[in-house]
Design a protein around this ligand. Structure first.
Ligand SMILES: Nc1nc2c(ncn2[C@@H]2O[C@H](COP(=O)(O)OP(=O)(O)OP(=O)(O)O)[C@@H](O)[C@H]2O)c(=O)[nH]1
Length: 285
């Protein structure tokens, strides 16, 4: 999977009562490095920090932990270790004076955790539901299990749907003729599922081959969860580009690489940039 392919995002209009969480009151904290999990905060003036809690759910072995590790540590984890619960912190410096401090909650996809997993949803600002592109079952479970569970505990929070392991699709394309093809989820099937569950964004990632796809997902999650009710987040940016009202029969538009520029002078500039990018590159799906 090449970076230029996997940075595609599809924004969907927020449904009536879905919320983009209100921006928390800013705290004065240090501008520590991006992804400096666990770094001590040094007090510094003129830096606004907004906190955002992002919960990641999906079937066992679909790639949740690896996605988070790739973002937080910039490393691909080959070996599988089942997760119980884990929390990570990462920060996205929107500008020199504005930072989104993410608390990323990794959960287990195991049915044995079905009764305790709901504790993770408390105070979530956004939920990422993952499935694996090499497991059609994991995508079916998005509809039958994960979406109902998330909506029970997070009735109005934005959801992002993420298809993990997109490199496997590219690998399958290169199999020699005659070799059996694995059953894979297509991009369109993922997109259709995202629409079905009312997700805000659909994206595909490869923690194995594309750091950028992973960064984009987590930074979109940060911006989408740390907005203001009137103008905030990627949803609003997409809305400003005309997505919710003037789109095609499916109600989707594709937006490419909208966070090319990683540093802005402030959140407003980030939002303006998102709008411009959306206006340039959205296409009716
Ligand atoms: N090829 C490929 N393999 C991946 C990718 N992401 C994860 N994997 C592999 O998939 C396996 C499972 O990944 P995890 O991230 O541990 O799965 P999980 O969803 O956290 O699983 P649970 O903890 O059981 O809920 C590991 O062996 C990873 O190396 C990817 O992008 N590409």
């Amino acid at each position: 999977m090449k970076d230029k392919v996997c940075s595609d995002f599809v924004f969907m209009p927020l449904k009536g009562d879905q919320r983009v969480p209100a921006m928390a009151a800013g705290e004065q904290v240090a501008a520590t490095d991006r992804l400096a999990a666990g770094s001590p905060a040094v007090v510094e003036s003129d830096t606004t920090e907004v906190k955002s809690k992002i919960v990641v759910v999906g079937d066992c072995e679909c790639g949740k932990t690896t996605l988070i590790h790739r973002y937080v540590q910039s490393k691909f984890q080959e070996t599988y270790t089942p997760t119980g619960f884990d929390t990570y912190s990462g920060s996205y410096n929107v500008s020199d004076t504005y930072r989104i401090q993410m608390s990323i909650w990794d959960t287990s996809g195991d049915a044995g955790y079905d009764r305790v997993r709901p504790l993770s949803y408390t105070d979530a600002d956004l939920v990422i539901i993952c499935f694996s592109i090499d497991s059609p079952d994991s995508m079916e479970n998005v509809v039958s299990k994960w979406h109902p569970e998330v909506r029970e505990h997070c009735p109005t929070q934005p959801i992002m749907l993420v298809g993990c392991k997109a490199d496997i699709r590219s690998e399958a394309k290169n199999l020699p003729p005659g070799r059996p093809r694995p059953a894979l989820v297509s991009y369109d099937q993922g997109l259709k599922t995202a629409k079905h569950i009312g997700a805000l964004v659909y994206s595909e990632t490869s923690a194995k081959t594309s750091q950028r796809s992973v960064n984009d997902v987590m930074e979109v999650a940060a911006l989408s969860s740390a907005g203001t009710t009137n103008t905030g987040g990627a949803a609003a940016a997409a809305a400003a580009a005309g997505t919710p009202t003037s789109d095609g029969p499916n109600g989707f538009r594709r937006q490419r690489s909208f966070i090319r520029r990683k540093r802005f002078s402030g959140l407003n500039e980030a939002k303006v940039h998102l709008r411009k990018e959306a206006a340039k590159s959205c296409a009716v799906m």
